[in-house]
Write a protein that binds this ligand. Structure first.
Ligand code: SAH
Length: 377
């Protein structure tokens, strides 16, 4: 189904022009930053200095940019801004997982989650406000999509998390924000341009410097975009497979009606660089009595044969009103065993942050409700 021009316009992410007339620098590509500074009569190399302050040092105040002349700092402060999404609510789970509800300039909200490990940590980043996909087991899918996030709003989540973790400038080793997973709210391949721009900024070695090997993009299966993602970004790919036949997948991941399993797996086989070092992760949610039989496990192994892959088994995380139950430990164990015996690593993902609804598929913001409340007033 082609989306109407009108619908596209509604979904469009905001640009970098702010309500106060200044230009937001976060989210501009290096080239765009250079162009903006050249327009002010600055030499091109000035962009490297400003880039360093914004993305390596985490400065939000031009006055702090001490390698620039005082006059220039004043000019920059007049025309530009370097800002962050505002934190509407911060929560911390008993297991250390942190969740931030972030408010963008227009009042729309998304969630962002930090999952700490012993000596590293992943940030789960959102790509859209809400989601259009309506996967039956996912809380975000019950929220109507409000709009795409801009590149600045996506990379802004990483920057906000670094603020909160006190990691500016960030050490190359032992960072608590060492990995990015595009597994928050939204479908990243339905907002590809902004996601790609944001990830290029995050990967830049003179700034945030998180390498492509530490970035995972998860898709519910937008098959035609997979190749481009591999070629242009070279990040790790995760695919939310969740079922081994079209009948079940059509039901629980409705996007399957558009891009069925066969087409999706073909795109995976062709993923640039899908060799052992960069295996594709197949995510498989364990839903009791729906997709968790031993026959399902054997069929899964048959389907992915020949693809360098691992299978991440995700116990279903419940949310209020969810129409599913999690598989039994026994069923998960048997399933994992079959996949593992076939030569695929099959870790069971430990749910993190369930107590604050921060685990996979539990994210949701009230953006829609707020909008309705405003209209009703
Ligand atoms: N739209 C992308 C990015 C979201 S990633 C995608 O679908 O891949 C979020 C992951 O959590 C996906 O694998 C999703 O299928 C999974 N998930 C969603 N709801 C869940 C739930 N209730 N319990 C466990 N995993 C869930």
């Amino acid at each position: 189904m082609a989306m109407s021009a009108e619908k596209h316009a509604q979904m469009a992410a905001p640009g970098n022009a702010r309500a106060d007339g200044r230009i937001e620098l976060v989210g501009l590509s290096r080239q765009e930053l250079e162009d903006a500074l050249v327009k002010l009569g600055q030499p091109r190399f000035r962009a490297s200095q400003v880039w360093h302050w914004i993305y390596h040092r985490g400065a939000t105040d031009f006055a702090r940019m001490s390698t620039l002349s005082k006059d220039l700092r004043a000019v920059l402060a007049e025309r530009f801004a370097v800002s962050r999404p505002a934190v509407s609510r911060a929560q911390k789970s008993l297991d250390g997982t942190r969740k931030w509800l972030l408010k963008m300039h227009d009042g729309q909200e998304v969630e962002c989650v930090h999952i700490p490990e012993e000596d590293r940590g992943a940030l789960c980043v959102s790509s859209q406000v809400g989601c259009t996909l309506t996967c039956r087991f996912c809380h975000t899918g019950t929220q109507r999509l409000v709009r795409n996030l801009s590149a600045g709003e996506i990379v802004g989540q990483v920057m906000l998390a670094r603020d909160e973790l006190g990691e500016w400038p960030s050490p190359p080793e032992g960072r608590m924000l060492s990995n990015i997973v595009m597994m928050g709210m939204g479908e990243p391949l339905y907002n590809y341009d902004n996601v790609a721009k944001a990830l290029k900024i995050a990967m830049d070695g003179e700034g945030i410097a998180i390498s492509r090997r530490r970035i995972t993009l998860s898709t519910a299966g937008v098959a035609p975009m997979i190749k481009r993602c591999g070629e242009e970004l070279g990040v790790r790919l995760a695919v939310s497979l969740h079922a081994v036949n079209d009948e079940i997948r059509d039901r629980i991941v409705p996007l399957n009606r558009k891009y069925p399993i066969k087409e999706l797996l073909q795109a995976c086989r062709a993923y640039p660089g899908a060799k052992n070092a960069r295996r594709i992760t197949f995510e498989y949610i364990m839903l009791r009595g729906v997709n968790d039989s031993e026959a399902d496990a054997r069929e899964l192994v048959r389907l992915i044969r020949g693809i360098p892959a691992k299978v991440n088994l995700i116990p279903f995380n419940p949310w209020p009103g969810a129409p599913f139950e999690c598989s039994t430990d026994e069923a998960i164990g048997k399933f994992a065993r079959i996949v593992n015996d076939a030569g695929y690593a099959s870790p069971v993902r430990t749910p993190r942050g369930r107590d604050i609804l921060a685990a996979c598929g539990q994210l949701k913001s009230d953006s829609v409700k707020q909008k309705r409340a405003v209209q009703a007033a």
